[in-house]
Design a protein around this ligand. Sequence first.
Ligand code: 4AD
Ligand code: MG
Length: 429
Amino acid sequence: MLIRIGNIAEHVGESVKLGVWLYNKRSSGKIQFLQLRDGTGFIQGVLVKSQVAPEVWEHANQLTQESSLYVQGTVRRDERAPSGYELDVEDIEIIQIADEYPIALKKHGVDFLMDHRHLWIRSPRQRAILKIRAEIIRAVQDWLDGQGFTLVDPPILTPSACEGTTTLFSTKYFDEDAYLTQSGQLYMEAAAMALGRVYSFGPTFRAEKSKTRRHLIEFWMIEPEMAFTEHEESLRIQEELVSHVVQHVLKACQSELQAIDRDTAPLERVKPPFPRITYDEAVELLNREGMSFEWGEDFGAPHETKIAESFDKPVFITHYPAKVKAFYMKPDPDRPEVVLCADLIAPEGYGEIIGGSQRIDDPELLRQRFVEHRLPRDAYEWYLDLRRYGTVPHSGFGLGLERTVAWICGLDHVRETIPFPRMLNRLYP
Ligand code: 4AD
Ligand code: MG
């Protein structure tokens, strides 16, 4: 039976067989050091010429980078090894000698790496990021499941827009026009009226012409929606959720965080409560800091970064002007020109990771918004039904997975946060 490197600690002193790829190789003439990987980890295999059969030595000689093989060897504890273990190789069975591997163990340009994304993900750094991504997803779901949220899957093909009509991907749905979903929110509102507290986790699509380090065309969102829940309670849930995720990753992904050189000190501080400032206060802060900014505009990435610099935890910016936000957000009853919403801005310049709000529950006001936003009523008739048949105060939010991964991993660009990024001008591989 094959053993995996991730479980190697359970087999010290035993002779085991592994299925591996050769990541790198060094030789001193009498000893060969094979860096082996199997997806679950890395281990160094050591061959001493005088101690193995000549054909085993010869097999090792033939191995090129990314060749696939079965290796038999005895596991030895070694304090100096990065993984803590080494393998004294006894036998090698070659599966394939790989062609010359395009990704050499040196620096490559980003375009080259993106063209070879299908191979690039094998590198230790990319592997660590994808492991952390999976662990973030697990932590989000564990926490929400534990709080009594039910997972509900909204559709991907939709007849209408959720987040504005400018970034819609359209397609034909037989004779009708359809769009790839920008957000599952509207359907999650329906689900919350059926199940109380719900969340979705799925891909969303935005035909954004922005070529920034925070924008993807296809990205994944976690969208909780809660019946009988006002804005303030939603913020508490958001800060609890985000803190849980960060603290879980710090515990569960120590070796991966190390592999990508993440300074974990700023992450240790991510515990509730998070600071809150209103949009008005944020505008004041920007002007005080010398960035002239007018009330009524939306913040861009440089503004968010500047605001975040004043805080050492994620910060909520609340009460944006209604006119820069989506049609469904509930106005503040004391000040209807602003809405009961919040963006959660990550520290260290990672920008908005959550957008959320209390939703309009009044049918008349919602109808009015459809007119103001020139939205086709017939495509949303079902959504109006939710306010007709037992409307209740409800709130929800969307956590962008890739921006969260970029922040927690400390990455320059979201392209490394998802296995196969879809970006402006990038659909391959
Ligand atoms: O702020 P957004 O647009 O909010 C919504 O879509 C709401 N309907 C969510 C809800 O209330 N259920 O998007 C939510 C989050 C952003 O904070 C950001 O993290 C991420 O989704 N996001 C993107 N991530 C990568 N690339 C893009 N183009 C993104 N657009 C939004
Ligand atoms: Mg937003």
